[in-house]
Design a protein around this ligand. Structure first.
Ligand code: SF4
Length: 382
C-alpha cells in the first residue's frame, strides 16, 4: 500500500465534482480546522457509523472514537456492533479483522490505507506455507500435533491459514489462554509472527528457552536443525514489533537507579530480557487497569507506544499518580500515526455524500477460515 492507492481510489470515482472526493484538499488544511467538520459528519451519519480507536492513536483522532481499546477489545466491539459503517482508527490488520467479524452488510473503512503494521508484514503467507510444508516433510508437523497460532497482528490470510489447520488467533490479552487451548490439542505450537510475545507467554507458562526455537524465513529450514525442531515445544516466527523492540534492559536499569520505588510495566511485545526485569507485563488494557487500581502516590515507567503513555501521564497526574515512558526518547508507532484528523474528515464526509472510500474487504475464502480462527480466540478467556 502506498499513497498512490489513495490517488487511484480518487481517480476511479467517476463524475464527482465535490471537493470531498480529493484527499489532497484535506491534507492541505491544519488539524484544528477538521474538528468541526468531523463533528458535523458524525452527527449526520448518526447510528450508521461507529468509530473504533486503538489506544496508540494520537489524541486529535482518538477523541472522536465511540470505543477505544486494544485489538482484543475492539474486535469484540466489531463482532457486536450493528452500525452500517465501522471506521477503524487503527492499522490494516485491525480493519481486516473487523471485516471478518462483522456482518456481510457492514462495511469497514481504514481512513489511510498506508496505516499498516511492520510486524504483520514480517509473516507473508507464502513464507508461512513454505515453513509449514518443510516442517511436515521433516515429521515435525502433521500427525505430531503442530498447532499454528497467530497473534492478532497478522494479515487475514495468516489467520485463515491457522483456522484451516486447527489453530487460532490470540491477542496480548489472551495469549496464555490461547497457548493452553493449543497445548490441549497438540504437542507443539508454531507461533506467528511476534517472537517476543510467543517467548514471553511460553516462558511464563514454565516452558524453558531451550524448548523454543526461532524460525527465520530467510534461512534454509528456518536456520534450525531437525533435532532442535523435534525437541522444541514452541517454534517462534522471527518477527517483532519495531516499536516495542526498542525498549532495552538498560532502560529498566536506569529507572531502577534514578527513580527508586517506581514500578516498571511493559507490553509483552517487548524483548524477553526487558520483560524479565519489569515488575509487570501486560496488554495495553492491563497496563491501564494496573495504573487505575494503584494507590495514590504510585509511579510507573511504562514500556509501550508513546501516545498511550502520554495520555496516561495526563490522565493520572491530577489523581496523584506519576507515569513516565520507560525509554527517554518515546517509542512511536509511525503507521498508527498516519491516521490524521484530515483522513478522518475525508472518509466521513465522503460517507455523508454516499461514497465509501478505503473500504477494507477480505476475500470470501480467507474470511471464512479467518473467522474460524477468530471465533476460537473469542472463546478463550482473557
Ligand atoms: S505498535 Fe508495533 S505491532 Fe502495533 S501496529 Fe505499531 S508496529 Fe504493529
Amino acid at each position: 500500500m502506498n499513497g498512490l492507492l489513495d490517488e487511484v481510489a480518487v481517480l476511479t470515482v467517476p463524475a464527482i465534482e465535490s471537493e470531498t472526493c480529493s484527499l489532497n484538499n484535506y491534507l492541505a488544511q491544519p488539524d484544528d480546522t477538521m474538528d468541526a467538520r468531523i463533528a458535523e459528519a458524525r452527527l449526520k451519519l448518526g447510528t450508521d457509523i461507529v468509530l473504533l480507536g486503538h489506544h496508540y492513536q494520537r489524541d486529535e483522532v482518538i477523541r472522536f472514537a465511540d470505543y477505544t481499546g486494544d485489538s482484543y477489545k475492539l474486535s469484540k466491539v466489531a463482532a457486536e456492533t450493528s452500525a452500517k459503517y465501522m471506521l477503524f482508527c487503527g492499522v490494516h490488520f485491525m480493519a481486516e479483522t473487523a471485516d471478518v467479524l462483522g456482518q456481510s452488510w457492514q462495511q469497514v473503512i481504514l481512513p489511510d490505507l498506508n496505516a499498516g503494521c511492520s510486524m504483520a508484514d514480517m509473516a507473508e503467507i507464502g513464507q508461512v506455507q513454505d515453513c509449514w510444508d518443510s516442517l511436515e516433510r521433516q515429521g515435525v508437523g502433521g500427525a505430531s500435533g503442530l498447532i499454528p497460532l497467530t497473534y492478532m497482528n497478522s494479515a487475514a490470510a495468516i489467520k485463515a491459514f491457522c483456522g484451516e489447520r486447527g489453530g487460532l488467533v490470540c491477542t496480548s490479552s489472551n495469549a496464555r489462554g490461547a497457548f493452553e487451548w493449543a497445548f490441549a490439542r497438540g504437542e507443539k505450537i508454531l507461533f506467528l509472527p511476534d517472537q517476543h510475545l510467543g517467548r514471553n507467554t511460553a516462558y511464563a507458562m514454565g516452558i524453558s528457552l531451550h524448548e523454543m526455537v526461532v524460525w527465520d524465513p530467510y534461512q534454509i529450514n528456518g536456520g534450525v536443525s531437525l533435532d532442535r525442531l523435534k525437541a522444541a515445544k514452541v517454534i517462534l516466527w522471527k518477527g517483532h514489533c519495531s516499536v516495542h523492540q526498542r525498549f532495552l534492559p538498560e532502560h529498566v536499569d536506569r529507572v531502577r537507579r534514578e527513580e527508586p520505588g517506581m514500578q516498571v510495566i511493559v507490553h509483552p511485545e517487548c524483548r524477553w530480557e526487558v520483560c524479565q526485569k519489569a515488575d509487570a507485563v501486560g496488554s495495553t488494557e492491563r497496563i491501564i487497569e494496573v495504573i487505575e487500581r494503584a494507590p495514590v502516590g504510585s509511579s510507573f515507567a511504562v514500556g509501550t507506544e508513546i501516545h498511550l503513555v502520554n495520555r496516561l501521564m495526563k490522565r493520572f497526574a491530577p489523581l496523584g499518580k506519576r507515569v513516565i515512558t520507560l525509554d527517554d526518547a518515546g517509542c512511536l508507532c509511525t503507521t498508527m500515526y498516519r491516521i490524521s484528523p484530515q483522513h478522518l474528515a475525508w472518509a466521513m464526509e465522503n460517507l455523508v455524500e454516499g461514497r465509501v472510500v478505503n473500504h477494507i474487504k477480505v476475500d470470501a475464502t480467507v474470511k471464512q477460515w479467518a473467522k474460524v480462527a477468530l471465533d476460537r480466540m473469542l472463546e478463550v478467556q482473557v
